[in-house]
Design a protein around this ligand. Structure first.
Ligand code: P1T
Length: 379
């Protein structure tokens, strides 16, 4: 089955009891047993729920992995992966990650005993240089949040494997519609399903997909033992989003490409980052590794921080809001919003300055979105 067919048919068997074409949302917390420990495969909804199972099945199928575990948020999924490691283990990561992922590693996992090192260099060799014999996981996002650098999944998977480590790719920005990390050698794929997977800015969720079924045992154990699971309504909404993912991503990419081209050389824009532009340092890699360069555009507004704040307050269609990946366009000021938990000097050294804005380009009409940005820039 091809991607679009899987998106609509995996985890969507008609309900055997009623024939309901869309499976019901199983709100139950518990399952009646015919005798102690005799049941139909479900005991309690933290350990298993059919609505969650359906969502996990479709996402595993779309990422090309044997199994997926769904969580209450993207960070709960990330946290679970790190919790399958032991104190004393080591993680290496590319520095440009979601601020919450950095905070989790730096403020939560470090005191717990998991060490983390970050590289500012996208090359596979740079990961090799900071790995030690204790490194268990190499972590990367691609495209990265918010600077939209792309990293070579296949080459970095080879580096990780040569050193006995596993590669985890946060595929939130690309989605499986545009990028397939497992086919490129990744061992784990992580999602904030809050974003493009849910797609409508109305459900928080996360997911962890494995390439090797054996790796799911520890993940499932932790999912149940620590309990960061999504409820049935959230699982249903995220699953409903999946059904249109491929169509939405096409339009996100079309709109983002148009906006990037329109504003790349604009008089009020100092620089613009979009992997679909020839000027982007990772353009060739993005063309090779992705089906399309995604729906996110990051730009630096000319002038000082106040000019940038003014821009942020003037857009009408782009809502100034955290998050991304919904059908409606959003605008974010990472330094003050999503990446505020990163110390200012670290952030600025990485280019996340007070003049940087991140656009989550929605599926509205591109002409209207361009007019909205023009209006805000010319304030
Ligand atoms: O918010 P949550 O569902 O817990 O997902 C965390 C997360 C993980 N990975 C990436 C790449 C992310 O972008 C996020 C969340 N990001 C935002 C809220 C944001 O505006 O960037």
């Amino acid at each position: 089955m091809k991607f679009a067919t899987k998106a609509l048919h995996v985890g969507q068997d008609p309900d055997p009891a009623t024939g309901a074409t869309v499976p019901p949302i199983h709100v139950t917390t518990t399952y009646t047993q015919s005798a102690p420990a005799e049941h139909k495969g479900y005991e309690y909804s933290r350990s298993g729920n059919p609505t969650r199972d359906n969502f996990e099945a479709v996402l595993a199928a779309l990422e090309g992995g044997p199994a997926c575990a769904a969580f209450a948020s993207g960070l709960a999924a990330t946290n679970t992966l790190f919790n399958t490691l032991r104190p004393g283990d080591h993680v290496v990561a590319y520095a440009d990650v979601y601020g919450g992922t950095f905070r989790l590693l730096d403020q939560v996992m470090k005191p717990w005993g998991l060490d983390a090192s970050f590289t500012e260099d996208t090359s596979p060799d740079a990961f090799d240089r900071i790995m030690t014999e204790k490194t268990k996981i190499v972590w990367l996002e691609t495209p990265t949040n918010p600077l939209l650098r792309c990293l070579d999944i296949k080459a970095i998977a080879d580096v990780a494997h040569a050193r006995g480590a596993k590669l985890a790719v946060d595929n939130t920005f690309a989605t499986p519609a545009l990028q397939q990390p497992i086919a490129l050698g990744a061992d784990y794929v992580v999602h904030s399903t809050t974003k493009y997977i849910g797609g409508h800015s109305d459900v928080i969720g996360g997911a962890l997909i494995v390439a090797d079924e054996a790796d799911m045992e520890a993940v499932r154990y932790h999912q149940n033992a620590a309990g960061g699971v999504p409820g049935p309504f959230d699982s249903y909404l995220a699953h409903r989003g999946v059904k249109t993912l491929h169509i939405r991503m096409e339009r996100h990419v079309q709109n983002a490409q148009r906006i990037a081209q329109h504003f790349e050389k604009h008089a009020k824009v100092a620089s613009l980052y979009y992997p679909g532009l020839k000027s982007h340092p990772d353009h060739a890699l993005a063309e090779r590794q992705m089906v399309g360069p995604g729906g996110m555009v990051t730009m630096v507004i000319k002038g000082n921080a106040d000019d940038c704040f003014k821009f942020c307050k003037r857009t009408k269609l782009f809502s100034l809001a955290e998050s991304l990946g919904g059908v409606e366009s959003l605008l974010c000021h990472p330094a003050r919003m999503t990446h505020a938990s990163i110390p200012a000097e670290v952030r600025e050294a990485r280019g996340i300055t007070d003049s940087l804005v991140r656009l989550s380009v929605g599926i509205e009409d591109a002409d209207d979105l361009i007019a909205d940005i023009e209006y805000a820039l010319n304030g």
